[in-house]
Each structure stands twice: as C-alpha cells, then as structure tokens.
Design a protein around this ligand. Sequence first.
Ligand code: ASP
Ligand code: MG
Length: 439
Amino acid sequence: MIVLKFGGTSVGSATRIKEVANLINTSEKKVVVLSAMSGTTNDLVEIAGYLYKKNHDSANEAIITLEKKYYDVIEALYATSEFKEKGNELIKSHFTHIKSFTQDMFTLFEEKAILAQGELISTALLHYYLTEQNINSVLVPALNFMRTDKDGEPDLFYIKENINREVNQNPENLIFITQGFICRNAFGEIDNLKRGGSDYSAALIGVACQAAEIQIWTDIDGMHNNDPRHVENTKPLANLSFDEAAELAYFGAKILHPASVQPCKIANVPVRLKNTMQPEANGTLVSSETNGGGIKAIAAKDNITAIKIKSGRMLLAHGFMRKVFEIFETYKTSIDMITTSEVAVSVTIDDTKYLNDIVDELKKFGTVEVDTDLSIICVVGDFIAESKGYALSVFGALKDISIRMISYGGSRHNVSLLVNTSDKNEALNSLHENLFENV
Ligand code: ASP
Ligand code: MG
C-alpha cells in the first residue's frame, strides 16, 4: 500500500484532475488524498467570514462566483452527458448546503463545515471521473476515520482502526480516494487539521495503513537547497533525513506541512516529494537514511517577532526561565528561537495574536523590547552544529549582514539566524554562493 497526496494546484483544473487520474491508474494498491482545488479553501474562508459578519450580500456573491467556477470544471472534466449531469447535481447540492448557513447563529462549527466542502467536492469529482473512465475506485469519507482527541491532536488509534476497516471492506479494490484536511473532533463535529493540513492527513493515513511510502505531489520537483523564489540556480535535494526535513519544513520550505514529518519518523514511513508536472523525476526522498554530513539546504521564515526581556535582578534566579515560558504557554504561543545572557533573554515567535497580553505579563519581570519584520534564516544539514568549520562558513557568508540572534547547537541539524527581513534576500543569496557554489 502507498499513499499519494495531491495538493490544490495538482487538482486545480479539469486538465490537472485528468492527469491525477492518469498517475494513480497503476496496479499498486493506494490511498489517494486530495486537497480542495486551488483557491477554494481561501474562497470558503472568505465566505465564512462574510457570514460571520452577517454580510449576506457579499457572502451570496462570493458563493455564486465559486459555484459558477465549478460548473465550468464539470463541463471540461466529463465527456458524457450522464456524468456532466451527475457532476452538476453534486455541485448544486454542496452549494445548496453552503447557502443554508445563513442563520443568525454562525459559529466556529458552521465555519468548519463550510471549509470542508472544498475537499468533499474535489474527491467526488475525481471519483466520478474515474468511474466515467471505467476505472474502479472507492471513495472513503475522511469524516468516517480522521479524528482528533480532546486536546485537538490526531487520535491515531481511532484513525488506524477505522481507515483499515474501510479499506478492508473492499479487498479487491486498488484505488481508495479520501479527503485531506478535514476530520471530526472528539465530539464528532466536523473539524479540520488547520490550513495546509492535507499533508498531515496523508502522513497520518500512511502511518495508520503502514504504507510502504507516502508521496506528496505538488508542482515543484522536491525540496530545494534554497528558496527558488529568492535565489537562482537552486537544486532539488535527492535525499533528506526526517530531522532535516522537519527543520526545513518548519523554517520555510513551503512544500511540506511541518507537522507531517514527526509521525512518519516515528513509524519510519518514507515520504517522497514528487512533481505532478514532471512525474518521472525522483523528487526528494525523506527517510531515516542520511546521505552523510554537510550543509544541505537553506530556508527562511518571515513575519518573525523578537521579544527581549531584560532583568538584571531576576535572570540569575532559578525558576526565572520557567516563569517566562509559562506566560507563552498560557497564551498558546510557541517559541522558535531563544538566546540568553546574564541580563537578558530573547525569544522569537511567529504568532502575534496574543503579543500584547504576553508583553504586559513579561513586564512584571523587567523591561521588554519588541522587534518586528524579522526573518529566521535556517541552515540545515547533518552534524553541522557539531563539526568544525561549518560555523565559520555560515557566519563568513553573512559578514555584511547584521545578525540579531543566533541559535547554534540546539540540534545537530540546524543553525538558525535572525535577520531583518529587508536583509533576507541578500543573506539567502550570499549563503547560497558561499556554501553551495564557491566550494
Ligand atoms: N485545502 C486546505 C487548505 O488550503 C488544506 C490543504 O490544501 O492542505 O488549507
Ligand atoms: Mg500544501
């Protein structure tokens, strides 16, 4: 069994859906996990936002525009009038459902139910298309097996039991199609694994089914050794270890959802990042194997805020750090980087929802400074934070850039540097030149 996940752009048009059908029509048993067609989840978020604000005119307008887009997809996707009709009925029923959410009470629950429609539609479209082409497939509703527990974490035991039951009901079938992103919570209500969560769905499914491999299909040929949006001549990486991939995914390489690496690492299920536009290319294989030491890749994460707490009196006292971290914990805000000195501690966060509350509480301990518009540059590889020479090459490359914080040695795989976002481009390019080109 393998798991293949196709992201929004990979199912973004009738043509792309047909290509997916082609790619999955092989003799191997597989679970196919789909995102919503690209743009749809954003549109649904917008619609839910209008409904929440009781702006029904704007909601209706946005609903009608999106619905129309889907009728065009139906027209282009199916060849026979039978399936065009079926497709149109499907779209009509989903949009009738969306339009029904206009009651006065519009809560988070209704929002989640609206957001789920994108994946429910894309999977049904593919399933119909395969049926029209006389290719057998079974649609397995994610809402029947994907579930989170009362802490909002995936309930792997439940997922395992239920997806395997669904799959085993059809032992002869080769293609099982299911929705990424959507799930039920511990109360059985419709929920989701947060934006970009369909990679996470694929990882959980792969682990639950003990898949031989999880393939994440996108529109780029694997993870690159630097950010192709900012640096020329970046190269795809053939291999990465789970730890390296986790660091890269977290620190900016947009191609894989960071939460998806950990379950695969624990269950030792390899993840292959593949390109729908170049299906024959190997892509990047993420596995427990590492192909030796050295610097592999550079990534950057924007919208970072640094908070510095200065307190001569308190910092030496034991228990001080705990008190600081407790404040972040209370506000469910995770910290990315930390540096300390005798008189100050600096941390970075990317979620600033509770920044004001956090700062107010931190002020009890001393003076607090907040810096915004920062980026974390992350250099990833094997042993780079233990072996000689790597620090010099990283810092040498950044000699003309002011560095606000450095994190080195937290893991063997990562050196992180905090810079002004305005210096990010120069930093990425200079690192690229020094670490990959002039060596
Ligand atoms: N459709 C969802 C989103 O756009 C999930 C995903 O694509 O991974 O966030
Ligand atoms: Mg994605």
